[in-house]
Design a protein around this ligand. Structure first.
Ligand SMILES: [Zn+2]
Length: 482
């Protein structure tokens, strides 16, 4: 262990003692994460171990949330849960982009005021994510609530010759910022091509991007030193992250498709305004991979865009959450019927166990080390799922297993249903697991012989929840599906 790390841990230990926290055993393990900025997996060394600060780019609210939005929200929810397990305080900020040209178009198309559209889809987004056990962020700032902060940032850039006004627009001058491309690794030619630049006479350089643009009288706008207008998308996150987390903060996250140009531009704006190096905006950059549906890229033209709103009627939200976590977060995820089936089977096994042996929360039941090892290793959820399958096979102490499962579930945002509820509408279960039912009946007969009527009744109740009725006959108990 290096001296610096040792010193950090000692500081956390002293801090926890002073604040009355127990020193968490879990700090004996390092959290590792892949940092897109340095392009390598690194040990997480917080800027301030007493307060971890995380920002992730949230949705633009003009339509229902799709599975790509859901994957991002679930991944960063899990990151925050894991960080909260390891550190005493975590602040998680994820924004709502409520001013954007797509929103203006959607409002026109629906013939409704913009505020009505953004409020409606913000509510739907939050409800959809809550159904997937995504905890609400600590702060969910609205872009329209931070116009003065954006104007101040743009003014600082203009004063330092990093941005310029032209024809009612304010643009960031990319050649004026030497570290442009640090995150994406894109060459100058790729930057220009990747920025999908339109031919715009007001740009000094083809890679320059908009910080502020003019609004026509029928478009939403705010007064500014450059006339009535509205912000570009990138400046929103620079302003909101700085206001709510201060710079530098620990982790900036988002989907991999945001790396360029959005995140590259966030770094350019914030670091040029403060004249600092790229890592002085956010220390670690974490990106999740994209989602495919049945092996195909999701697109409107293929009519395979999966909306969370519909998905939760096709499968239990915990099955969806587990499926979203079943691939490593940096890899592409293929969302298929088959993967939903596989994940349902695992959850069925876990809920069957929890039904039979209701979890009792005690301080003695620690999270198994291998579970934390997997989560702390750059959120290795495929390894975690393999471990869950493994520990389910070890039934030496079934009560302890239930307690452990529940503790794991509390971290990863799963197994939160009442077991009876889980099986309520799932009477097919008996068809696929007759051996399980037969074994339960044998156990019930044994329990009755030993006058352990409590256990015998528990088994009868469990089978009843599964839609199975027992009939005691002179030849022994018989069962049938009702
Ligand atoms: Zn953003």
């Amino acid at each position: 262990m290096c001296i610096k790390k040792h010193t950090t841990r000692r500081m956390i230990f002293l801090l926890c003692l002073r604040r009355g926290f127990c020193y968490p055993l879990r700090m004996s393990q390092d959290i590792k994460l892949y940092n897109s900025l340095t392009r390598q997996k690194e040990v997480f060394e917080p800027i301030d171990a007493a307060h971890i600060r995380v920002y992730a780019c949230g949705p633009t609210v003009y339509n229902y949330a799709h599975i790509g939005n859901a994957r991002m929200a679930v991944i960063f929810d899990l990151w925050v849960r894991v960080l909260r397990h390891a550190y005493p305080k975590v602040t998680y900020v994820t924004n709502i982009t409520d001013i954007e040209d797509k929103i203006i178009d959607a409002a026109k198309a629906e013939g409704k005021p913009i505020a009505e559209i953004t409020q409606k889809y913000t509510n739907i987004y939050n409800q959809d994510m809550a159904s997937l056990n995504v905890l609400p962020p600590d702060i969910q700032p609205l872009a329209t609530g931070h116009i003065p902060e954006m104007i101040a940032l743009i003014e600082a850039l203009i004063n330092d010759d990093k941005a310029y006004e032209n024809d009612g627009h304010v643009l960031f001058n990319v050649p004026a910022y030497a570290n442009y491309g640090a995150l994406s690794g894109r060459s100058r030619d790729e930057q220009i091509a990747g920025a999908r630049v339109e031919v715009a006479p007001y740009k000094k350089d083809p890679a320059d991007f908009v910080l502020w643009k003019p609004s026509t009288p029928d478009q939403p706008g705010w007064d500014s030193p450059w006339g009535r207008g509205r912000p570009g998308w990138h400046i929103e996150c620079s302003a909101m992250a700085e206001k709510h987390l201060k710079l530098p903060f620990d982790i900036h996250g988002g989907g991999a498709d945001l790396k360029f140009p959005h995140h590259e531009n966030e770094i350019a704006q914030s670091c040029a305004a403060h004249n600092t190096a790229p890592e002085k905006f956010a220390k670690y950059w974490v990106h999740n991979g994209f989602v495919m549906v049945e092996g195909q890229k999701m697109s409107k033209s293929l009519s395979n865009v999966k909306l969370v709103h519909d998905m939760v009627h096709e499968a239990h939200p915990e099955i969806i959450r587990l499926t979203l976590l079943s691939s490593h977060y940096r890899q592409p995820l293929d969302y298929t019927e088959n993967s939903l089936e596989q994940n349902k089977k695992l959850l069925d096994k876990i809920y069957k166990h929890l039904l039979e042996y209701p979890a009792i929360q005690t301080d003695q039941d620690n999270i198994p080390t291998e579970v934390l090892d997997a989560l702390y290793d750059d959120l290795n959820t495929p390894a975690l799922i393999a471990i869950l399958n493994q520990i389910l096979k070890n039934q030496d102490d079934p009560q302890k297993l239930s307690n452990t499962l529940k503790r794991i579930g509390n971290i990863i945002g799963l197994f939160q249903e009442e077991p009876q509820e889980w099986f309520k509408n799932d009477h097919d279960l008996a068809d696929i697991d007759k051996d399980y039912v037969d074994n339960l009946l044998i156990e019930r007969t044994k329990a009755r012989a030993e006058k352990n009527f409590k256990r015998a009744d528990m088994i009868r109740d469990e089978l009843a929840v599964m839609g199975i009725e027992i009939e005691d006959t002179p030849d022994g108990p018989k069962w049938k599906k009702v």
